[in-house]
Design a protein around this ligand. Structure first.
Ligand code: M6R
Length: 613
């Protein structure tokens, strides 16, 4: 959840590290810190709160050096405070570390270290690591060896980066398990380390990704990668195609607003190279799936968390409708512990924007242990969910910085639709005509997404009217039922308004008791096969005095009469309506939060990449 940046080269490390942390602040933002080696000594600055506080501190108490590390924190052990912020420096003042993850046996280690005379300055689990390293250094071994020995003692999943004033020509970085990525960036006479690509993309596109149980010794010139037990690993350097400008806010007030608008582009990119409109074929080459494997599947299980899980729920309808394969959808934190019925004929498909979500990765591992074929739909290139899968679909939306996921929700909706066609085609269950129709429908996506985005002013007006509500009920049916969940999640995570979502047919079984003039109802009712049913549920809500906000298809007169407000969406093929129904709900959540003056991009308590359980 935390962000890590390290630099070694000939430039001043401070602005590079602070700039990198700024790009990672979405990963965690309760405190931040930086350490550089200045004239042979470690200089440390840390502060509670957002990165801006650290920046001010650094302005007042400047520090500069050619090697350094920085961190932005999302607290797990120990409250957000300056003393609990990373980097953590040891008692000798020679070693300093930043860490992502949880030292599961830290109490036991702390007791052991204290018994030997160590003094702890923070309430964090991380501090045990720096004491362990110092203890090992005390026996005369190199920094590299001391880190290796220390990592053997700690339990749990970790990403760590270490520097020492005694060996100022190197950064040591390591990854154990799934506590977020560790990326090594290759420059000219300078090298970078980070927990995520955007932090260093401004400087280099050449990057290596550490696997679990790997360690890198990074000098100005190169990186030597080994396993934790010392075996050499050849570095595989990837060239990252992401545009660094994509990670900059531009003229938009918030990243979330920018990313909502980027959907016109990201949805084109989602189709590009995968859909052959001339020959009516889908090609998902990175899935590594052939007809023989695809024919073996007896079911599909989609597993993911949060917004990605909602995309999976839409995918279920798509896969069952197009490919006619039974499809289950499960929350990853449930799947991993429920001893799921999975075997070598099960296709387990995970969806993750970050590709580093701990529960999702554990679900993949569980599926793998049960011999299932494991696939992923992932945005972050080189992330663990991409690497450990048998095959993947890359989202192609570029970096998503706003904590509330937007473009990384609509892209997988389309990816799932492509996946369903591809699977059906490989299994030989799709007629020529069905394939033609399903692929033909894809043509409208960019245009219709653009139309939805142009209606932002109308959405803002609705936001203005309802900005002070305390509760709201979202309803949907069929393929748009998950869009009710997603709309409600978007609103609650950035505006802190209590929003509940229900399959509309369930309303009469309980939630209807809540409806009165203080409980607006937002109902998603495009003109599809569930329309008449939605209409009667909306009438029921209206009869109880509920204020109605409807998401309805252009020209729907009944919706116009019933709704206190209507968020209009263009007519679209029914299986693709979730893409277009989502956009006004993203904009509504965004504008309510922005009007309320909230921190849209970095809402309280959340983090972009949830690398702990
Ligand atoms: O990186 P992932 O897609 O695996 O993340 C899953 C959830 O943590 C994420 O979707 C979360 O719900 C977002 N804050 C939603 O906006």
């Amino acid at each position: 959840m935390c962000g890590i940046v390290g630099y070694i080269g000939e430039k001043n490390a401070t602005p590079i590290i602070l700039g990198g942390l700024k790009k990672l602040e979405y990963r965690g933002y309760d405190s931040a810190g930086i350490a550089v080696i200045e004239e042979g000594n470690i200089e440390l600055r840390r502060d509670v709160g957002k990165l801006v506080n650290l920046e001010k501190l650094v302005e007042q108490q400047p520090l500069s050096g050619k090697i350094g590390i920085g961190h932005t924190r999302w607290a797990t052990h120990g409250a957000p405070s300056a003393k609990n912020a990373h980097p953590h420096i040891g008692e000798t003042g020679d070693v300093v570390i930043v860490h992502n993850g949880i030292v599961e046996n830290y109490l036991e280690l702390k007791e052991e270290l204290e018994a030997e005379g160590a003094h702890f300055n923070s309430e964090t689990d991380t501090e045990t690591i720096v004491h362990l390293i110092e203890r090992n250094l005390g026996s005369g071994v190199s920094l590299e060896k001391a880190v290796r020995l220390s990592l053997q003692r700690i339990k749990g999943a970790h990403g760590i980066v270490v520097i020492s004033s005694k060996e100022p020509d190197k950064i040591i970085a390591a990854r154990i398990g799934n506590a977020g990525g560790v990326v090594i960036g290759y420059g000219e006479g300078e090298m970078f380390v980070a927990s995520d690509i955007p932090a260093i993309l401004e400087y280099t596109r050449r990057m290596s990704f550490l696997e679990s149980q790997q360690m890198a010794v990074v000098t100005r010139e190169n990186a030597t990668i080994t396993t934790l037990d010392g075996k050499a690993v050849p570095a595989k350097i990837d060239t990252i195609a992401w545009d660094p400008v994509a990670a900059v806010k531009g003229n938009y007030r918030h990243f979330m607003q920018k990313e909502i608008h980027e959907q016109a582009r990201s949805l084109i990119d989602t189709l590009t190279g995968r859909v052959d409109f001339e020959n009516n074929r889908i090609n998902l080459m990175n899935l590594n799936l052939d007809a023989e494997k695809a024919r073996k599947f007896n079911k599909v299980i989609i597993t993911a968390c949060g917004t990605a899980y909602h995309a999976g729920l839409v995918g279920k309808t798509m896969i069952e409708t197009i490919a006619r394969i039974p499809t289950e959808v499960d929350i990853a934190s449930e799947f991993r512990y429920r001893d799921p019925l999975v075997d070598e004929n099960t296709c387990v498909l995970t969806i993750s924007q970050s590709g580093e979500t701990a529960d999702t990765l554990a679900a993949m591992e569980e599926a793998r242990n049960k011999k299932a074929m494991v696939f992923s739909i992932v945005n972050a290139i080189g992330s663990q969910a991409m690497r450990v899968a048998d095959g993947y679909i890359s989202m192609q939306v570029g970096p998503e910085i706003g904590v509330a996921s937007t473009k990384a929700f609509t892209a997988p909706l389309v990816d799932l639709y492509l996946f369903a066609i591809y699977l059906a085609d490989l299994r030989g269950t799709l007629s020529e005509e069905e394939r033609y129709r399903s692929i033909y429908d894809l043509r409208v996506i960019p245009d219709l997404a653009g139309k939805c985005l142009k209606r932002e002013d109308a959405v803002r007006e609705v936001a203005e009217k309802i900005k002070d509500i305390h509760n709201i009920l979202y309803l949907g049916r069929g393929i748009n039922m998950p869009i009710a969940y997603e709309g409600a999640l978007k609103l609650k995570e950035i505006s802190y308004i209590h929003a509940e979502a229900y399959p509309a047919g369930e309303m009469k079984h309980g939630p209807i008791a809540l409806i009165d003039q203080d409980m607006p109802v937002l109902a998603i009712m495009p003109k599809d096969q569930w329309y008449e049913k939605m209409l009667s549920q909306v009438e029921q809500a209206k009869a109880r005095g509920g204020i109605l906000i409807l998401v309805a298809t252009d020209g729907d007169e009944r919706a116009g009469e019933l709704g206190d407000d209507v968020l209009w969406i263009p007519e679209a093929p029914w299986m693709l309506t979730p893409v277009f129904a989502t956009i006004p709900l993203q904009m509504l959540a965004y504008h309510i939060a922005a009007i309320r003056g909230l921190d849209v991009d970095q809402p309280r308590n959340l983090a972009k990449s949830v690398t702990v359980e």
